[in-house]
Design a binder for this molecule. Structure first.
Ligand code: SF4
Length: 289
């Protein structure tokens, strides 16, 4: 749970890209999700997808550390219906084919590679955090690599403006000697049409300035909202009739219940709609409206 005690005076409040995305989407959602932890549990299907995504990330991390992962992927003869392992095997195979340079890099002693590379940057009273699935850096350039275990999104622009893309490159530029022009971020969508797909974003000084400006604006607003919240006020809501309220698990709480929702079971109307998934906590980039 996010602690806000004295956050506006002395303590640094840790903020991730997922929290920034949510804050931008709807401040009230941010309040309910992170300050009050009111979110509903994941539905089992979604939970399994998240687990499988975590397993893939872990395998890639272990591989990068030089650990043998073959044993883990072996299918037990007595249990040859292990679909999760089969799926992981097929993702790994397809990825090794599509990006051999990432899986079997040339060892030249001049390239830095680290999986789960962690960086922080203080801005105002906040500690912005980034965890890169893989960071590859040499004398000239630095590449942030991120694995996604769902299909490639149609809308590249949305991904470009997602806070994961913006914050990750911003933090790297602000905490290293690399000029923004020498930084890029690559997303690998491992299961797009059974063939991994890549989306790459290059960074530049103008984007860096724009992100900095936006960040400062959001953080200033957040500080005000947090101060007001401590005085008993609620965070701002999106305007009435916003499309995002239709999919929001807090619609009833916010009195934004729509006709379709009203026809649902009375259980939904108790304040926690368990049929809806709270994607806000998922660290991966989601392409919600
Ligand atoms: S119902 Fe609408 S206003 Fe309320 S938290 Fe959800 S998105 Fe925000």
């Amino acid at each position: 749970m996010m602690s806000i005690a004295n956050s506006t005076q002395s303590q640094l409040l840790r903020l991730s890209q997922g929290q920034l995305n949510l804050l931008q989407r709807c401040p009230r959602q941010f309040q309910h999700t992170y300050l009050e932890q009111l979110h509903a549990p994941q539905n089992p299907e979604n939970e399994e997808k998240l687990l499988q995504g975590s397993r893939f990330h872990l395998l890639m991390q272990q591989r990068e550390m030089g650990l043998k992962i073959g044993k883990f992927l072996e299918i037990d003869d007595d249990n040859d219906k292990d679909e999760n392992k089969l799926q992981l095997q097929s993702w790994m195979k397809a990825f090794a084919k599509a990006a051999p340079d990432i899986l079997t890099p040339t060892v030249d002693g001049e390239t830095f590679r680290e999986s789960e590379h962690y960086r922080t940057l203080q801005v105002q009273n906040y500690l912005l955090t980034a965890i890169y699935d893989l960071l590859i850096a040499d004398k000239q350039q630095a590449v942030i690599v991120d694995w996604k275990t769902y299909p490639k999104p149609e809308n590249k622009r949305k991904l470009q403006y997602n806070w994961q893309t913006r914050l990750y490159m911003y933090i790297l530029a602000a905490t290293s000697d690399y000029p923004p022009e020498n930084i890029s971020m690559t997303y690998w969508f491992v299961q797009s049409e059974n063939k991994p797909h890549i989306i790459k974003f290059n960074y530049n000084s103008l984007q860096h300035e724009q992100t900095e400006k936006k960040l400062h604006q959001h953080l200033k607003k957040l500080t005000k909202w947090l101060q007001a919240y401590q005085q008993g006020e609620q965070f701002a809501q999106v305007s009435e009739g916003s499309k995002i309220c239709q999919k929001c698990q807090y619609a009833y709480r916010c009195q934004r219940v729509f006709i379709a929702s009203e026809q649902k079971s009375s259980q939904d109307l108790l304040g926690v709609n368990t049929s809806l998934i709270n994607l806000a906590n998922i660290q991966e980039v989601t392409m919600e409206d």
